[in-house]
Write a protein that binds this ligand. Structure first.
Ligand SMILES: Nc1ncnc2c1ncn2[C@@H]1O[C@H](COP(=O)(O)OP(=O)(O)OP(=O)(O)O)[C@@H](O)[C@H]1O
Ligand SMILES: [Mg+2]
Length: 279
């Protein structure tokens, strides 16, 4: 069974720079004339997927998401031969349906990292001028009117960078760089999305800020992480616990940072906890 395509829900607390909002609006207008391809690049957890989902929600377009990073062979997006009662038949996947649905937002996640390099070949024809592809099993599949292709990829110091996407493919996209929001905006995101108070959100961001600027820490601490920490605190976790169990950063480092802001947090810092029955 192919799942139904639907318009995602609007996130009432999604923040973007005004300039990006304006560009998205122009691209949406353009997409009503002909299909457009937009590549969203940015570091891990900076809001790429949510930007694309918000675009679909705001412009009331159905959304379909495909994990390109998981493709291990060509043809995999379209369908596969399956068995039913001893007969083989061709089972169509969501991709052909999505690209032939007018105004659909088609999100290609991790476009720079397919497991099989040739897995991207078939995407070329739907993303390039012909906007159609021939499938032996399904015939000619044409990209419907108003379809917007979004691709997303992680691009940061820790990733291989600009070269990691085939030049010819990249050439066919408008490029939208996104980054982590400022501390003030991130604070707004935390308070509005999790209900955490201003003071506690400030505390989380203070500690995260120190970790983010620490050159010895390889792990990227994203908005996803700050939301996880805030949610855990709202659910009853202490600042210390919420930090330790959300981040893969050493406890000692977190504890020393907590000590530094201790005066402000007035949190009791318990070094280690006693064992007791989990009953
Ligand atoms: N600008 C923002 N405004 C509101 N919420 C945001 C913003 N940026 C990120 N978030 C929140 O942070 C979380 C992570 O965002 P998202 O999954 O979109 O990141 P991503 O860049 O796609 O991550 P990945 O690199 O892992 O694919 C989501 O819950 C999202 O709603
Ligand atoms: Mg994503």
């Amino acid at each position: 069974m192919i799942p139904e395509l639907h318009i995602p829900e609007l996130d009432n607390f999604f923040y973007l720079p005004e300039e990006i909002i304006n560009v998205l609006d122009s691209l949406e207008k353009l997409a009503r004339k002909h299909s457009v391809n937009i590549l969203v690049v940015g570091r891990q957890g900076c809001g790429k997927s949510s930007l694309i989902s918000q675009f679909a929600a705001y412009y009331k377009r159905p959304l379909a998401v495909f994990q390109i990073g998981q493709l291990s062979e060509p043809g995999q997006l379209f369908g596969e031969h399956a068995l039913k009662g001893g007969d083989t038949y061709y089972q169509e996947f969501l991709f052909p349906r999505a690209i032939s649905t007018p105004n659909c937002v088609v999100h290609l996640e991790e476009i720079n990292r397919p497991e099989h390099p040739k897995a991207l070949n078939e995407l070329f024809s739907v993303l390039s001028e012909d906007r159609s592809i021939w499938s032996d099993q399904l015939g000619l599949i044409k990209v419907a009117k108003g379809v917007v292709f979004f691709a997303s990829m992680n691009e940061g110091e820790e990733f291989t960078g600009t070269d990691s996407l085939d030049v010819a493919l990249r050439d066919r996209f408008y490029i939208l760089p996104v980054d982590y929001p400022s501390v003030e905006i991130e604070k707004k995101i935390l308070t509005s999305k999790t209900g955490i108070d201003d003071n506690q959100a400030g505390m989380i961001l203070k500690i995260i800020g120190s970790l983010r600027s620490d050159p010895n820490i390889d792990e990227t601490i994203s908005v996803r992480h700050s939301l996880m920490i805030a949610e855990l605190m709202v659910a009853g976790g202490s600042l210390r616990e919420s930090l330790i169990y959300s981040l893969s950063v050493s406890r000692d480092l977190i504890e020393s940072l907590l000590l530094a802001v201790h005066v402000e947090t007035k949190e009791t810092i318990i070094k280690s906890s006693e064992y007791k029955l989990f009953l």
